[in-house]
Design a binder for this molecule. Structure first.
Ligand code: FAD
Ligand code: NAP
Length: 381
């Protein structure tokens, strides 16, 4: 009898990317992708609201540039913790972060330079060092100091290990057995005259092979970010940008399970013409009646910014009624700005449409909805 292998972060499943298509239309300054990752045979079971953990790789060209610049033997065997060995090239591809120089490496370069060098001053100040490493990778730094060299051991002692990244799952497993869908915003920028990309989003978008079982993945469950147990319960979903991902999963799940609860989605991005991702799917769900309400906020289609929280406020009276009817309120996407602004909009709505005093509104949103009833749930990053 074959034993079921439990795949997890320490023992990831080698999944297969079967689709990688652009969701951003021509003319968008963004690069947002829809990825289909095949996990058949893994036994992995997910619920809407889970994320997928992905182990990235550095671009081969970056690894080659580094080994050539430092005149390192890419085939040299590097001893591993478990007693095995692997070639330096694979270590540099799989195990370390190369798209951002590490502080340890900058300090090591400074120590190799003559006393009193400028880099010593930079590496002596946490603020200056933060700023220095923010825009540079290893090739940038080695380009600035062409006489500096590192042995493989010195290099490996000063690089940071790479960590897996999480992506909200954008599909219902009941609708797509054996598959995980992702909505990926690719991080791209240019600094010091060279194009740079996010370690994992860049790998998934440009370098990860299609139709090869080679992507190490694991599931990251989320105990709280899940559909209400009762399919009749109304839900309000706020997901601008890639924050939309888990709500596509929620809607698919409600579609497949025939749940009759009302569904209200707030989506926003830069331009309707180029960044209205999954527009056709939402339109079909509006036509079928699954998506009761869709409120969009295209921030750059007019002179002043319009964001999802502006739409929440515009529909404040109705939104308050949904909350009174027992609706769950979900937020996914940017933690730094969007989630805070949406939170404030909710408090304002509780005052304006619920007639609550400022302190009662605060208590209702922060305590009652969030903690006691757990109807206000966030997955923000
Ligand atoms: C629970 C959870 C769910 C998530 N779901 C999704 C999802 O559904 N879709 C999605 O796309 N992402 C999602 N993310 C984010 C994702 O995990 C990664 O953080 C994201 O893809 C960036 O990772 P990266 O490896 O590509 O970039 P990294 O290599 O980590 O680089 C990103 C960094 O690049 C830096 N950077 C950006 N622009 C510049 C610039 N001009 N100059 C210098 N530096 C710059 C920024 O500091 C940024 O932090 C989620 C995160 C979490 C925690
Ligand atoms: N914490 C993080 O590090 C983090 C979180 C999310 C996304 N990102 C990165 O940002 C890039 C794109 O991400 P994304 O596709 O998810 O979209 P996004 O950048 O989050 O943008 C989606 C929409 O949200 C708008 N927005 C900006 N500030 C807002 C605010 N305070 N309140 C409400 N809406 C606001 C944007 O408008 P404008 O752009 O016109 O202002 C845009 O219309 C990716 O590279 C991604 O990795 C980083």
């Amino acid at each position: 009898m074959s034993e079921l292998i439990a795949y997890n972060k320490n023992n990831p499943f080698l999944a297969t990317i079967t689709e990688n298509r652009s969701l951003s239309k021509a003319g968008s300054i963004k690069d947002t992708r829809h990825l289909v990752v095949n996990i058949s045979g893994s036994g992995l079971q997910y619920q809407p609201g889970y994320s997928l953990g992905v182990f990235p790789q550095n671009p081969a060209a970056l690894v080659d540039a580094l080994t050539v610049r430092l005149k390192l033997d890419a085939d040299a065997q590097v001893a591993q913790k478990d007693g095995s060995a692997k070639p330096l090239r694979r270590v540099l591809l799989e195990d370390v972060t190369l798209n951002r120089v590490s502080k340890k490496f900058v300090k090591a370069v400074a120590e190799k330079l003559p006393a009193g060098n400028e880099l010593l001053t930079v590496s002596g100040s946490e603020e200056a060092l933060d700023e220095y490493v923010y825009t540079r990778d290893f090739i940038d730094v080695l380009g600035e100091f062409p006489d500096v060299n590192f042995t493989a051991e010195e290099l490996l002692a000063s690089v940071s290990r790479s960590n897996p990244r999480l992506y909200s799952i954008a599909s219902s497993q009941r609708k797509h057995p054996g598959e995980v869908h992702l909505t990926l915003a690719v991080v791209r920028y240019e600094t010091h005259g060279r194009a740079k990309k996010g370690l994992c989003s860049g790998y998934l978008a440009d370098d990860a092979p299609l139709n090869v079982s080679a992507l190490p993945v694991f599931l990251a469950p989320n105990k709280h970010f899940k559909l209400p147990a009762d399919g009749q319960t109304p839900i309000i979903m706020v997901g601008p940008g890639t924050g939309i991902a888990p709500f596509r999963a929620f809607l698919e799940e409600r579609e497949v399970s025939g749940s009759g609860g009302r569904n209200w989605l707030f989506f926003g991005d830069q331009h309707r013409a180029t960044d209205f991702i999954y527009e056709d799917e939402f339109a079909a769900w509006q036509n079928s009646g699954l998506l009761t309400r869709l409120s969009t906020a295209f921030s750059r289609d007019q002179a002043h910014k319009i964001y999802v929280q502006d739409r929440l406020r515009e529909h404040g009276a109705e939104l308050w009624q949904w909350l009174k009817d027992g609706a769950y309120f979900y937020v996914c996407g940017d933690a730094k700005r969007m989630a805070k602004d949406v939170h404030q909009a909710l408090i304002d709505i509780a005052q304006q449409h619920g007639g609550l005093s400022p302190s009662a509104a605060d208590e209702y949103i922060n305590q009652t909805l969030m903690k006691t009833e757990r109807r206000y749930v966030r997955d923000v990053y």
